[in-house]
Design a protein around this ligand. Sequence first.
Ligand code: PAF
Length: 283
Amino acid sequence: MKIVQNIQQAVDAANELKKNGATLALVPTMGNLHDGHLALVREAARHADHVAVSIFVNPLQFNNQNDLKTYPRTLDADLDKLEQAGVDLVFTPLPEIMYPDGMNEHTFVFVPGLSDMLEGALRPGHFKGVTTVVTKLFNIFRPDCAMFGQKDFQQVAVLKKMVKDMAMQIKLVEVPIVRNEKGLALSSRNGLLSAEEKEKAPLIYKQMMRIRDSIVSGRRDFDALIKESRAEIDSNEGFRTDSIDIVDAESLRPVTGLTARAAVLMAVYLGTTRLIDSVSFDL
Ligand code: PAF
């Protein structure tokens, strides 16, 4: 497994892997790798001859400096996992490599509309940071395909629109959420939870499923469904619901009579950790 830190080294190593027409899959990550990321790596290996992974805690997508500071960083353990998973190339740049003139001077890529709603309204600038860094990674690796987890539901929608709008010749592959046996979606942020909080966290999944099942069995009083879940979650010590939305899975706008697939999106604080989760389903 080759590990590189600089952009030119990553370009050269990716070109080397793509010699003689071999295909390359990219898995962009912010590190602190868990089984969810390893599912992305396995899916990548199914789609291409070679797999490259980037590990970069992208400061441009954090609108909260404390969140950036406390984001778990576990590079050595991450590299061990990637080596065992058979990854060919890992790119671990520092912020000054990705943003040599500083973040304010860097060209950005922005998807209007989808980036400003829901999670984007709560975290201004977040999706602009994601689309900018992902475009840069795409330009460095020029992969045939790239893997993204469905856990970050809105991120996938924003990136799909970016790829389509900008005619990027990259297949974006969505990989289903990996959950623990109790239903908690695997996430790097879970590492910030205490043992007791980890036990309680699957309540979010339970409430998401309750809303899904209610809708599938015919309920359409979405505001009431949201209110009930909010009350149920917030009545438990340590929980504070940030947002619950029921949306059209494609446009992320309110469900209409034409919606074929819907999604429930949740963001909930457990202690000081903000957890997000989602489920989508046919109507
Ligand atoms: O999903 C993530 O971990 C990040 O948003 C991504 C796609 C690696 C961009 O920094």
